[in-house]
Write a protein that binds this ligand. Structure first.
Ligand SMILES: NC(=O)c1ccc[n+]([C@@H]2O[C@H](COP(=O)([O-])OP(=O)(O)OC[C@H]3O[C@@H](n4cnc5c(N)ncnc54)[C@H](O)[C@@H]3O)[C@@H](O)[C@H]2O)c1
Length: 398
């Protein structure tokens, strides 16, 4: 075994995807898979790694046989266990990549962040969309709008019934179900990545339409938000998982091969600034740069410039418009895509970044524990606003 030695903790849906990526990295090896479920041994065998039922069992093995502990871990267990598993691993100096959300409560997030700092271990959180080429490009182009003043965003689609039938927690708000916790957290994380911290939110819950007769289905179907960022920029965002609409991140970027890619989509995010407006994912920049700044006004034509970075990230093999819809919902396909795409894959870039942080090739985490805590606090503020019918200040993270 050479290079950075990994353990994957949690061999469910996403853990094996990370194991695959570790083996694809040139200077990494997979030491072990930890999972006490029936899946554990077969997943470990598939990747040629040792299997342990628990993290403690792995430590005992290392102590008994004089084997070094692994250098790095991917924590891909259910949300409520991230903090305890992460603390166990960090106590032995093991660097962590923890799947999103960092934990299920802000208190657990803080405990894990502070413990990792004390131990001097790296903590990267798996908000992988930050590595999506469309978001990388959006961040690069942000300066072209001048001072951001206002934003408008949308994430809207209709989830299928199978999605809710497949896993009980998806129908239970007490176990992290509902589109605000599952989906909106991604968009608020990305908006904060692009514009800085959200300071205040006001949210109105959308009417529920799905399975109203089912007693176990108490999860939200979305909300309409008003946002104020710490830099003064304000905006609105609507989020629904029960409307017929192509206006969402996945359809606009083609990130999830199960969701038909609409290559003609414009403006799931619009960022309006003092000098222009940037529309994502089409990367149209609306501006008046052909006339002196003193003459910018409503009397002059607006130029619509297609920023060329789009052509460098867009897949070329698909025809424009909608792809053929998939025959049925299969969560595995989402994580182990078989469809061809020429886009750099966010999960690969995220793993590469983690290894670079460990080996010192990069020094600044693209998604720190505090970034992930901040996204969770925004969602908590949204929930509280719905409950109280009042705007809520998002606590500042120091
Ligand atoms: N970034 C993404 O797009 C994305 C996608 C899917 C899941 N996730 C996140 O990944 C995590 C796992 O999700 P999943 O869908 O793979 O869950 P899952 O339920 O399919 O798998 C979790 C596995 O962890 C194991 N496990 C539970 N407690 C454990 C412990 N203490 N030690 C070792 N193993 C333990 C279980 O036996 C199970 O096999 C969640 O936090 C989820 O939010 C992220």
């Amino acid at each position: 075994m050479a290079g950075v030695r990994f353990v994957i903790v949690g061999a469910g849906l996403i853990g094996p995807r990370h194991a695959e990526l570790v083996l694809e990295m040139p200077d990494c090896s997979l030491f072990a898979v930890v999972d006490r479920s029936a899946n554990g041994p077969s997943v470990a065998a598939r990747f040629g790694a040792l299997h342990f039922n628990t993290v403690d069992e792995m430590f005992l093995y290392c102590d008994e046989y004089g084997v070094d502990y692994p250098d790095a871990a991917v924590v891909a267990t259910p949300n409520h266990s991230h903090a305890s598993v992460g603390i166990q691993l960090a106590s032995k100096g093991i660097h962590l990549m923890v799947e999103k959300p960092l934990a299920s409560t802000p208190e657990d997030c803080v405990a894990l962040i502070e413990f990792c700092e004390k131990q001097g271990v790296i903590l990267l959180v798996g908000h992988h969309r930050r590595f999506n080429p469309y978001i990388v490009a959006a961040k690069e182009h942000m300066a072209k709008v001048g001072t951001p003043v206002m934003i408008q965003g949308v994430w809207a689609l209709k989830k299928c019934q199978e999605y809710f039938a497949e896993k009980e927690w998806r129908r239970s708000k007490y176990h992290g179900g509902g589109t605000l916790m599952i989906n909106l957290i991604h968009d608020l994380d990305l908006l904060q990545y692009l514009l800085g911290p959200i300071q205040r939110v006001y949210a109105e819950l959308l009417p529920k339409q799905r399975m109203p007769e089912a007693e176990d289905n108490h999860v939200d179907e979305g909300a309409a938000l008003t946002l104020r960022f710490a830099n003064g920029c304000c905006g609105s965002f609507v989020c629904s998982d029960n409307v017929t609409s192509p206006f969402n991140f996945e359809a606009g970027t083609g990130e999830n091969p199960l969701i038909p890619h609409n290559q003609d989509m414009a403006g799931f995010y619009r960022i309006f600034g003092s000098h222009g407006t940037l529309s994502v994912p089409d990367f149209t920049l609306y501006h008046q740069n052909d006339v002196p700044e003193k003459d910018h006004s409503w009397w002059k034509p607006i130029q619509a410039e297609r920023l060329d970075v789009v052509s460098s990230v867009a897949p070329v093999e698909e025809s424009s418009g909608f792809m053929t819809p998939p025959p049925s919902f299969d969560a595995k396909e989402m994580l182990f895509p078989t469809g061809k795409s020429q886009l750099p894959r966010p999960f690969d870039l995220q793993m590469e970044h983690f290894v670079n942080l460990i080996t010192g090739r990069e020094s600044v985490s693209k998604c720190s524990g505090r970034d992930a805590l901040s996204a969770l606090l925004c969602i908590e503020a949204v929930m509280k606003s719905i409950e109280t019918e009042q705007p809520q200040v998002v606590p500042t993270i120091v």
